[in-house]
Design a protein around this ligand. Structure first.
Ligand code: HEM
Length: 445
């Protein structure tokens, strides 16, 4: 990332994302949504979208604004769109959530809030997809292809979501109603599997190689992984819509998608093991050690999914499966990488301009891994405990797990704020002549 310009709004995206994550966990502790309510209940929809849009999508977009230009070695198509996009996403999410609360009778039933939220989200995600897509398109090789596949899946996710939102308001006609009645799994697969998972995989290839000094994964290998993943999503979206259209339901499509999904996870595991075995940095940094725990969670989720399908218990325990995938794999990886990216960008922003002219600290001097590691370990243990409690049908113990996750996330957030404030850098090196302390929520450029 050295030499790349620093994305001005990445920190604002990260801060907003962490705030939504804390909101989601607080709702879980309060017992709102699954497991206290049904998976398809409005309360669960509130929880799902706070996590999927507010936390994961916002954090991913913030990382991509910095990362895509690095991947393709070209500047971002438009830096100016990032902040309006964040505003649109936030307003759209709030409106969508208010619509869901109305659907569940917790607010007046102003169901028009759902399409209004959808339109705002389309505008926000639209700006981001065009901005990142036009940038990644300039050199669509290796990880950039995963990002393009992820962005295409995001378009599909948002299109399904918007149709559902309009259908709830009674504005989508019979086609919209039919899609809403059977198509929700397609929206979830495109969002969690396509947008979030394929993008996270692409980004992780590059970040793992960079931080472990490993050779990049052979393009032929990563292309195979991407082909399996993209095929799974294409079958879900195109095959799924066709299946609903022809009234045969999703019974044939979903097992095929599951097979391709498992194959993608296995191929990705092979690629990641290759990166680890080729590394030149023997001593692993905290972000990489914690990323390993997220890979373990992905393997655990794949195994759990396979066992549940084979024993015919998938429908009964889909909540536990999704919880492990969302909080163990996706959120765990995002948190581990966010911790490192904040340190790296803060270092680049503060000390890049004076490098060579004054003594500067190392990136690792901006963090205290010994202090941070306990919060990460606490987070993963709580996620795994929470998954087991969902499987065991113990909602109170699950809420206790969510409470522990809040403590852990607050701890990680505090570490990240300390990094931004240069609080762990020793005095003489902290602000050499000519260096400026960074702002908390945006870069100075
Ligand atoms: C424009 C953006 C979006 C809109 C308008 C939207 C809207 C909706 C609606 C209305 C439903 C409920 C369908 C029903 O009544 O059963 C739903 C379900 C769902 N959405 Fe979204 N969504 C959006 C984006 C996303 C994204 C980006 C993700 C994931 C990354 C996501 C994940 C899910 C999941 C997992 C469900 C199923 C939840 C359950 O059944 O408990 N959505 N969405």
């Amino acid at each position: 990332m050295i030499g790349a310009s620093i994305s001005r709004w990445t920190m604002s995206y990260f801060a907003m994302a962490l705030a939504w994550l804390l909101v989601a966990l607080a709702l879980m502790v309060a017992g709102l949504g699954y497991p206290a309510a049904h998976l398809a209940s409005p309360d669960t929809l509130v929880l799902v979208h706070v996590v999927c849009i507010g936390w994961l999508s916002v954090a991913m977009c913030g990382a991509l604004f910095q990362f895509v230009p690095v991947l393709v070695a070209k500047p971002l198509f438009s830096e100016k769109w990032a902040l309006p996009a964040l505003g649109l996403l936030t307003a759209g999410l709030v409106s969508l959530l208010a619509g869901f609360l109305g659907l569940g009778g917790r607010l007046p039933a102003w169901l028009w809030l759902l399409p209004v939220g959808a339109v705002l989200l389309i505008a926000g995600f639209g700006l981001i997809v065009v901005d990142l897509g036009l940038t990644a398109w300039l050199r669509p090789t290796g990880p950039a292809r995963f990002v393009l596949a992820g962005l295409a899946s995001l378009c599909a996710t948002v299109a399904f979501g918007a149709i559902f939102a309009f259908a709830h308001a009674g504005w989508a006609g019979s086609v919209g109603d039919a899609l809403l009645a059977t198509g929700v799994p397609l929206h979830a697969i495109a969002g969690l599997g396509g947008w979030l998972t394929l993008t996270a995989m692409g980004v992780s290839y590059r970040l793992l190689s960079m931080f472990m000094l490993s050779p990049d994964v052979d393009d032929r290998k990563s292309d195979m992984t991407l082909a399996a993943g993209a095929l799974a999503i294409a079958i879900a979206v195109v095959g799924g819509v066709l299946a609903i259209w022809l009234f045969s339901g999703l019974n044939v499509v979903l097992p095929i998608v599951a097979v391709f999904g498992l194959a993608t996870a296995a191929l990705y595991g092979r690629d990641v093991i290759g990166i680890f075995s080729g590394r030149r940095r023997r001593q692993l940094e905290l972000n990489t050690r914690m990323a390993v725990l997220s890979f373990v969670s992905l393997a655990g989720a794949a195994l759990l999914g396979a066992v549940l399908i084979l024993t015919g218990a998938f429908a009964a325990h889909v909540g536990a499966f999704v919880f492990l995938a969302v909080f163990g794999w996706l959120s765990g990886l995002v948190l581990a990488k966010l911790y490192k990216i904040v340190a790296f960008l803060t270092w680049l922003e503060t000390y890049g301009p004076v490098m060579g002219r004054a003594p500067t600290p190392r990136v690792q001097d901006l963090v205290s891994e010994a202090r941070a590691s306990k919060w990460f370990v606490m987070y993963y243990v709580a996620v795994w405990f929470g998954t087991l409690m969902l499987l065991a049908g113990q909602p109170s113990a699950f809420r206790a797990a969510a409470a522990i996750m809040i403590v852990a996330i607050a701890g990680i957030a505090r570490e990240v704020i300390r990094t931004r404030r240069l609080a762990d850098v020793e005095s003489p090196l902290r602000l050499p002549d000519g260096a400026c302390a960074p702002h908390l929520l945006c870069a100075r450029n």
